[in-house]
Design a protein. Structure first.
Length: 354
């Protein structure tokens, strides 16, 4: 199409389709990044402070905890009880500073993103972009779920569950567009670093699993379902439910650890084109105490959405993942628009059996 033909096409479209923001693409992300650059004032680690915030469109509250950069041994030692083979070999890792959600993302925060009463294509784009659409309006959002997604376990104050990695990342984009801060999922290294909080024991509270009841919801004490966030004691860096309640998505695709004698700086395993497996961390209400260990890893699989009746399967829901949620991260360093776009869309993939 030449420029003249494009102009004629634009003139023939309704004004509502011409004046709206761009579709959910790199150009939209560039607009979001401009807001982030203007809003984010912290430039150095020493300027990072914890903060309470709210989702601007809904008022749902959340809190972020500053995590200083540092180094740690990632993975579990060979002698750790209940250790799995894919938790080693241990590697020395350096992590840059970031903020992390004090609690897991709740239904109060997530449900207004998930259910919008707007007609959407299967990829989550609005069927029609209205003239008065804002940048957050244009971010792709989940199609309406076919069932009640808390499965009767509770919503107000409870962790949101059963979303795909892609859905969690698009929530991060939607929140970023509103707040002017860059939110994403943690890398696997960031998650374990924050979970350990300077400890080298199996759990952030020590090596004794019987003390887990003070810090975590798991099968022995949860009454057969997840529980409201923030009720248990936090880990040494102030993070609640980092062990248990729901397992938490991270940004990485799954890969066995490779031995390394070098310091690995901010490692990330970019997800492959295949949807499975991706990584989640932390253990859940559905697990025994061994799964709550700081180094324990979970691999996503097609079994997490076997109940989904859609063909192809939904890109938004893991209907069988009633123990699966996520936690926010905001890195101090703001990436390029291209990197933001890559991260927020890295949860897509080709359905495959794992």
């Amino acid at each position: 199409m030449n420029r003249f033909q494009g102009t004629l096409l634009a003139l023939s479209l309704p004004l509502s389709l011409i004046a709206a923001p761009p579709a959910d693409d790199l150009e939209l992300v560039k607009q979001i990044r401009e807001k982030i650059i203007a809003k984010s004032t912290e430039k150095k680690e020493a300027e990072m402070k914890g903060y309470d915030s709210a989702v601007p469109e809904t008022g749902a509250k959340f809190a972020m905890v500053p995590i200083k950069g540092g180094q740690f041994l990632m993975g579990s030692p060979a002698e750790e009880a209940e250790r799995k083979e894919d938790e080693g070999p241990q590697r020395k890792v350096a992590v840059s500073p970031f903020w992390m959600g004090k609690c897991e993302v709740t239904w109060d925060e997530y449900e207004p993103f998930m259910i919008t009463n707007i007609s959407r294509k299967k990829d989550g784009a609005p069927s029609v972009i209205a003239e008065d659409a804002t940048v957050p309006d244009v971010v792709s959002k989940p199609t309406t779920p076919y069932t009640e997604m808390s499965f009767g376990m509770g919503t107000k104050g409870y962790p949101a569950i059963s979303m795909t990695q892609h859905a969690a990342l698009k929530y991060c984009q939607w929140l970023s567009a509103q707040t002017g801060h860059f939110y994403r999922l943690p890398t696997e290294a960031e998650w374990e670093y924050a979970c350990r909080a300077g400890t080298t024991t199996a759990y952030s509270w020590g090596d004794d699993p019987t003390k887990g009841g003070d810090y975590a919801w798991y099968w022995d004490n949860c009454d057969g379902k997840y529980q409201p966030v923030g009720q248990k004691k936090p880990n040494p860096w102030g993070l609640h439910d980092i062990h248990g309640n729901v397992i938490e998505w991270v940004l990485d695709g799954y890969a066995p650890y490779q031995k390394s004698d070098k310091l690995l700086e901010d490692p990330l395993v970019p997800p492959s084109e295949n949807l499975y497996p991706r990584v989640a961390r932390g253990g859940s209400w559905y697990d025994g105490p061994e799964a709550l260990r700081s180094a324990a890893r979970f691999k996503s699989s097609a079994a997490w959405k076997v109940q989904d009746p859609q063909l192809p399967k939904s890109i938004w829901y893991h209907t069988n993942g009633m123990w699966l949620g996520f936690r926010l991260v905001r890195p101090l360093e703001i990436p390029s628009a291209e990197e933001m776009h890559r991260i927020w869309n890295s949860g897509r993939g080709i359905e495959n059996e794992e």
